[in-house]
Design a protein around this ligand. Sequence first.
Ligand SMILES: *[C@@H]1O[C@H](CO)[C@@H](O)[C@H](O)[C@H]1NC(C)=O
Ligand SMILES: *[C@@H]1O[C@H](CO)[C@@H](O)[C@H](O)[C@H]1NC(C)=O
Ligand SMILES: *[C@@H]1O[C@H](CO)[C@@H](O)[C@H](O)[C@H]1NC(C)=O
Ligand SMILES: *[C@@H]1O[C@H](CO)[C@@H](O)[C@H](O)[C@H]1NC(C)=O
Ligand SMILES: *[C@@H]1O[C@H](CO)[C@@H](O)[C@H](O)[C@H]1NC(C)=O
Ligand SMILES: *[C@@H]1O[C@H](CO)[C@@H](O)[C@H](O)[C@H]1NC(C)=O
Ligand SMILES: [Zn+2]
Ligand SMILES: [Zn+2]
Length: 595
Amino acid sequence: MHFSSLVLCLTLGALLKDVSATGSEWCYTGCVNTPGYWEDLEGSYCGGKRQSPIDIDTSMVQTDPKLLNFTFVNFTSQHVIKTIVYDGHTVKCKLKEHEVEVSGGGLDETYSTLQFHFHWGHTEHHPGSEHKINGYRYPMEMHIVSLKKGLTVDEAVKDSTGIAVLGFFINATEDGHATGPWSMLTSYLSNKTDIEPQINLNLSINDLIGNVDLTKYYRYMGSLTTPKCNEAVVWTVFHEPINLHKDLIQLFPMKTGLPIAYRPTQQLNTRQVFASPPLSQHAPWCYEAHGKCVYSPSKWHLLPQSHCGGDRQSPINIERKNAMVDKNLGGFTFTHFNDKHAIKTITNTGHTVKCKLKENTVEVSGGGLGHVYSTIQFHFHWGLPSHDSKGSEHTVDSQRYPMELHIVNKRKDLTLTQAVETHNGLAVLGFFIEAKEIPKSSSSSSSSSSSGSSSSSGGTEHQGTNPTSHMAWTNLTNYLSLIKEIGREVTFTDEISIDDLLGDVNRDSYYRYNGSLTTPSCNEAVVWTVFKETIKVDQALMMMFPNSTEQHDVFRPVQPLHSRKIYTTYSASIAIAPVPIILFMVLASLWAFFI
Ligand SMILES: *[C@@H]1O[C@H](CO)[C@@H](O)[C@H](O)[C@H]1NC(C)=O
Ligand SMILES: *[C@@H]1O[C@H](CO)[C@@H](O)[C@H](O)[C@H]1NC(C)=O
Ligand SMILES: *[C@@H]1O[C@H](CO)[C@@H](O)[C@H](O)[C@H]1NC(C)=O
Ligand SMILES: *[C@@H]1O[C@H](CO)[C@@H](O)[C@H](O)[C@H]1NC(C)=O
Ligand SMILES: *[C@@H]1O[C@H](CO)[C@@H](O)[C@H](O)[C@H]1NC(C)=O
Ligand SMILES: *[C@@H]1O[C@H](CO)[C@@H](O)[C@H](O)[C@H]1NC(C)=O
Ligand SMILES: [Zn+2]
Ligand SMILES: [Zn+2]
């Protein structure tokens, strides 16, 4: 144990006098080896490619549904702090061994907490957190350092996930008393001493964290922020800061005499920063048919941060006779819908099959939207694995279709976080999907020859005529067998464009209304476009959705319209129909083309 704590001191830059036989000394300021030279220190990793801290650009973070709540053991225990020491680089509180633990929060294992320490600057104009958020540096930062349970420090620094650090920003406030846990802690601040006084502080870690929301955090792979900067750290940086009176913050530079105690931010390089999902996604929700969970659609409004009980919810039943013609609903401009490399991944979310698109590639504008929208993803809603299955979300005159495709677009001038809080932040394009009639006679080969004839049987309109579209749906559904497991995400390598999937469907004829997301949190941020004509897809391919994923009836029931209006594109034929009976006939024949 002596050995391991000595190594710990060396590695985490603890006891200054012990550092390195080569005599290489480091500092933040006022010595030869300032941060720019740390990479030259012997055995240093400080010049590596996954260094910390970083500046977190929140518009580039990716939500990871696995980043759920942490489990903290003994964070509420008093008397876990063993010593407080200023070591020349930081003020560190060492904890009693094997008492405090961290797990969950997307960490694969349990981590045993060793110490926490601080980073600071010296004045209001020279703040000193290590991480930055969108370029903003907070006055201070606290790091809670834990080692993978069972590993020595020596082993942990060699393991790419050997150390877990929880980072908390500290914000300066002017109101409130400078008393309580933090004033207790700061009363122990002092200049550098050789002794480590044992203390008996009646103070828990939670007393210091206060009411920071521990479900909101960023996650990335990085390093220790002091030499040797070992690239062994799973970083957690919480969104919400700890609010601390500015007079207490001032005590850190004043009492230690150290004006700067943070490393500058490092390049992100090829790393991705992840974010925990919104709280509503922590609680499991489900569709009615899966009745086993607590939060079925009739209870979605009870979920944390839910908008599902609002009065502009989706989907809805579209009563065609009540839809009002709006001449502003012109044609759309679809940008890069023909890009055959735009689909990045396909994933089984447990609620749908979702295809994520490359960022900032595909766009939609026009169509009366009034803004340019970036296309983020598309996904599906379906019913049962049977031939007469109906699983669309929207219904038209109470008729439900077999499936529905949703293409989700975000206003280009907003971040996703802003978009879900803006009444027209999102635009979703909804397409119904119906079975293509397979001509019985010519069962083999392409269906393109039969195009013009609006033909034969069953009232089903002109055949799915587009062999490219058929090929695209075949390729897409081939992926379903690779993502049977919930959470599985695979890279999309086939060359399929969104145009290919939409085929010949008429994109000028549609309904428009204001609504919401149809899954929790049901944010009322969506301008809905529901196209009248259906996409035609082989029955067998449609059935692969419920069959492969073993999920069925993945649609939300229709919601009350309340005072909302549904608008429709102008349709000349309907407008001029003179006599009810003729109107009926016209409608009957139009039915085939415009549903
Ligand atoms: C998350 O919190 C819930 C209750 O708040 C708890 O039951 C669950 O075990 C927690 N999950 C983890 C991974 O800690
Ligand atoms: C939490 O701390 C108590 C002593 O305060 C200790 O007995 C217990 O083992 C600790 N829990 C864990 C899981 O280590
Ligand atoms: C930081 O503190 C200031 C008061 O000094 C407060 O207005 C602000 O909201 C706090 N920031 C956060 C993110 O809590
Ligand atoms: C540390 O502080 C004490 C009094 O608080 C003072 O006597 C001593 O000289 C200081 N030491 C250094 C190295 O500044
Ligand atoms: C420690 O603090 C708690 C409240 O924070 C208090 O209830 C308890 O009496 C204190 N114990 C001692 C020994 O001061
Ligand atoms: C949607 O809501 C906005 C703001 O309330 C309103 O200006 C717009 O006309 C509505 N659009 C539709 C299609 O109802
Ligand atoms: Zn640190
Ligand atoms: Zn949807």
